[in-house]
Design a protein around this ligand. Structure first.
Ligand SMILES: *Cc1c(COP(=O)(O)O)cnc(C)c1O
Length: 468
């Protein structure tokens, strides 16, 4: 399988180089060329398969000519062994043809684990095969850091450094990172804000000799392999609800557009997806786009669904590339304009093509809380604020009541206990695997907001120290 850039200028690459390389050299994102297709017979054959086996069949065309099938099966088994249910992603019925797809059974209680638990062993495998290693660095405001740490812990070919703003993240979030005592995991609390942490990470990446010496890399949401691993559960859910004979609608709480783009990919591959509903909180750049055809950056507002407090949805460029007929030159022009002015618009027929598949809806924190409350009352189920935004959007925009609708439940309610308690009066309990979180030993360095100190710290703990 070959991969091309959405901006048309970067070299065509194979899967391994796309995995390790991240952003394309022309600033674009890599996408498969062509999209692999699965016919109805192949999809019907997914029925009854365990999650790892189905994952292998959905993902293997993307890695054709790269990772051997037996090795890939081993990596997938490792990835999903850490989930607290053999089903990996259970489907729960809400009534009225509404279903919750629970994507929060991984080690950090959010859907990021669905992809990152796979990315860790996949990176390790590809790096070892090449005799290479990398240093993952990242800044976190809470959630992504723990998912990245759980993905990388105890991996031979990976060293990971995560910067977190000291005393500015919740204790549960901090402990999910600092209680991982693996030798290759390094938590650094910075005396500063999340933005300070991000600036420090950027400064490390911008120091080319430092970046090269330590082979810095990021596990960010534009990595193609993350999208790829997310395609699997769209097939998993749809097949259980009658695909390929029956179509299925999906409602997805959306930030960076990675999760819902995976649903689009499943549809292009042949899954009968009738519609994709994008749920936004007050940060509604995507909903406004689907309403007007204009993508216009606004201010970021903090909400009770913080993992969607985003203004630029970086994975959207992958959809734009297809909407614009896979014309990289055109996408490059649009994105250059967007960078300059914070705005772009698409032609009426492009918007129409997007709207044939996508709907969007936005909800404020009040509706989000009411939705959490109503679901507990009606079904006895607790949902988290992100899931509530997705469900509210699904209920508002569902086109056909006879087509089952799957709402992606992206976090465990105990991950956002304050919001859930405010909505319901009940504080959700941590699941069994985290029951002793508050008794576990922590390890975390504390550094001032000073790039020289941070670099020294990394240098002293990194693999390249002997060479420096
Ligand atoms: C990251 C995240 C989202 C948003 O997913 P995108 O792929 O960025 O659209 C939604 N809910 C939760 C809980 C998340 O962690």
């Amino acid at each position: 399988m070959k991969y091309i850039s959405t901006r048309g200028k970067a070299p065509t690459l194979g899967f391994d180089d796309v995995l390790l390389g991240g952003l394309a050299r022309d600033g674009g994102l890599y996408v498969p060329e062509p999209w692999p297709r699965l016919d109805a017979g192949a999809i019907a054959g997914f029925r009854g398969l365990p999650y790892p086996e189905l994952a292998l069949r959905v993902m293997r065309p993307f890695m054709k000519g790269s990772i051997a099938e037996a090795a890939l099966a081993g990596i997938i088994d490792q990835a999903y062994r850490n989930f607290d249910t053999a089903e990996v992603a259970p489907l729960t019925e809400l009534g009225n043809g509404e279903w919750l797809l629970e994507l929060f059974h991984g080690p950090t209680l959010a859907f990021k684990d669905m992809a990152l638990q796979f990315l860790g062993p996949l990176f390790d495998h590809v790096l070892k095969a090449r005799g290479e290693w990398v240093t993952v660095v990242g800044a976190t405001s809470g959630d992504t850091g723990s998912a990245a740490i759980e993905a990388c812990r105890d991996r031979d070919a990976i060293e990971i450094f995560i910067l977190l703003p000291k005393d500015r993240i919740s204790e549960v979030q901090r402990r999910q990172m600092t209680t991982v005592l693996s030798a290759n995991v390094h938590n650094i609390a910075i005396e500063g804000t999340f933005d300070d942490c991000q600036d420090l990470v950027k400064a490390m990446f911008n120091d080319q000799p430092f970046r090269d010496r330590h082979r810095l890399t990021a596990f960010n949401s534009i990595n193609w392999a993350r999208v790829m691993a997310q395609i699997v559960y769209y097939f998993w859910a749809a097949v259980r609800l009658g695909a390929p004979e029956r179509s299925v609608a999906f409602a997805v709480p959306t930030g960076n557009f990675g999760n819902v783009f995976a649903g689009y990919a499943a549809r292009v591959m042949g899954l009968p997806v009738s519609q994709l509903i994008v749920g936004s909180n007050r940060n509604d750049i995507l909903t406004r786009f689907f309403e007007t055809g204009a993508m216009q950056i606004g201010e970021v507002h903090p909400t009770i669904s913080p993992s969607m407090d985003i203004q630029v949805s970086s994975n959207f460029e992958r959809l734009l590339f297809d909407l614009e007929g896979r014309d990289g030159g055109r996408v490059a022009k649009i994105m250059a304009g967007f960078r300059k002015t914070g705005r772009f618009t698409v032609e009426a027929r492009t918007l129409q093509a997007a709207r044939a598949i996508f709907d969007g809806a936005r909800f404020d924190d009040e509706v989000t809380k009411n939705t959490i409350h109503a679901v507990l009352k009606d079904s006895g189920l607790m949902i988290d604020p992100h899931t509530a935004v997705g469900l509210a959007a699904g209920r508002a925009r569902r086109r056909n009541a006879n087509v089952p609708m799957v709402v992606l439940a992206t976090a465990h309610p105990a991950k956002f206990p304050d919001a859930v308690e405010a909505a319901t009066g009940v504080r959700p309990a941590l699941p069994a695997r985290l029951k002793d979180l508050f008794e576990r030993k922590e390890r975390c360095a504390v550094l001032t907001n000073d790039i020289a100190a941070v670099k020294r710290h990394v240098q002293e703990r990194a693999r390249a120290k002997a060479a420096a």
